[in-house]
Design a binder for this molecule. Structure first.
Ligand code: ADP
Ligand code: MG
Length: 347
């Protein structure tokens, strides 16, 4: 669990000692963070902007397995998945709070590792950790993160703003995080059965996509620079198919996605083949890629054309035309919101 040699019991520090230890390594960066850790509540100055607030929970055994996820990566990811939701509103994240349920199985050193990852993500994305809560848990590690962001009212992008015929665009590539998870689960099973060391060689990209995802802050900045404001937007946590359905339904439209347009990295593609999986299915339902999916007006196409980080994968259509994936031959397959939990047959 922790590769440090010393082990300090949580009870040796106590809740207040632990919080003091965390607080001592935090320096606030935003003028909007008026008060951080240390009072009954943090104080945030909205500075005349609208604030967006989002929370995500990560539960041991449901969302992560400490058998193969290092705590530092887990801390990093727990912050990033929340920031991704703030960017998906076209807002800038500025603060986070962290609620932890810790079992006494965890030494202080494990909490340090977790926070190292969290604080690295906060630093990389320019966010202040301004508070949280710490409890003991009897059922494994529980991490709840709340992210708070800000934007001008006119800049915020909702899920329901897409119009008929607009282009559906996705950032980066899809299916990698899911294939990374398949590799980790396979190697864990081999280790459990035979005790042989995991063979992760050659899978760096997809393992990183699973273990150390990034939120697409760069895409939000790119779109601003290109003067493209998406008409609707969502981040891809549960898989492209599910998120495209969210945009279409919220906007009262149908959607067409073209199979041959799906951006899939060569390493994702070849690993899917090794596992006898259809790469397109992995891209559509894999989840946890944390890419941005958005719609733009046809008139904005020239501004994004040829950008290697952005791919037009389809378009919106009248709701009467339904929700479909179009294959090379023009055949239609119904898009279904499998979501990644169902896809993985997890609890
Ligand atoms: P209270 O009992 O009034 O809720 P706490 O003792 O839980 O206060 O928290 C004291 C301070 O420490 C608060 O500012 C709170 O936001 C912060 N805090 C508590 N737990 C954490 C944590 N896991 N990470 C960051 N800050 C925390
Ligand atoms: Mg409290």
């Amino acid at each position: 669990m922790s590769d440090t040699t010393s082990r300090t019991e949580l009870s040796a520090l106590g809740e207040f000692g632990l919080i003091e230890r965390l607080a001592s390594s935090i320096q606030l960066q935003h003028a909007s963070s008026v008060k951080g850790i240390g009072d009954d509540a943090a104080v945030i100055d909205p500075e005349g902007l609208q604030q967006v607030v989002t929370t995500d929970m990560l539960l041991e055994g449901v969302h992560f397995d400490l058998g193969y996820v290092p705590l530092k990566h887990l801390g990093y990811k727990s912050i990033v998945v929340n920031l991704s939701d703030v960017y998906a509103m076209n807002a800038t994240p500025r603060q986070v709070t962290v609620a932890l349920g810790l079992s006494n199985r965890f030494p202080v050193e494990a909490v340090d590792e977790l926070y190292e990852g969290m604080l690295l993500a906060c630093k990389n994305y320019g966010v202040d950790l301004v508070g949280g809560d710490t409890c003991s848990s009897r059922s494994g590690l529980v991490i709840g993160v709340t992210a708070i962001g800000a934007a001008k009212a006119e800049d915020i992008v909702y899920r329901n703003g897409a119009k008929d015929n607009e282009l559906l665009v996705v950032s980066g590539d899809l299916g990698g995080a899911y294939m990374g998870l398949q590799i980790l689960e396979r190697e864990k099973a081999v280790f459990t059965e035979t005790g042989s060391q995991p063979d992760l060689a050659g899978h760096d990209y997809i393992l990183e996509r699973q273990l150390k995802p990034e939120a697409r802050k760069d895409i939000i900045e790119l779109l601003r620079k290109l003067e493209v404001k998406p008409t609707s937007m969502i981040d891809i946590s549960d898989g492209l198919a599910s998120e495209a359905l969210h945009l279409a339904r919220a906007s009262g439209l149908g959607v067409r996605i073209y199979d041959e347009k799906l951006p899939i990295d060569p390493s994702t593609y070849s690993t899917a083949r090794d596992f006898n999986l259809d790469p397109s299915t992995c891209a559509l339902n894999g989840g946890e890629d944390y890419e941005l999916l958005f719609t733009i007006a046809q008139s904005d196409f020239d501004k994004i054309k040829g950008n290697p980080s952005l791919t037009v994968i389809g378009h919106m259509c009248d709701v009467a035309n339904g929700y479909f994936l179009v294959n090379k031959e023009g055949g239609l397959h119904a898009l279904t919101a499998q979501g990644w939990d169902a896809f993985l047959k997890r609890g």
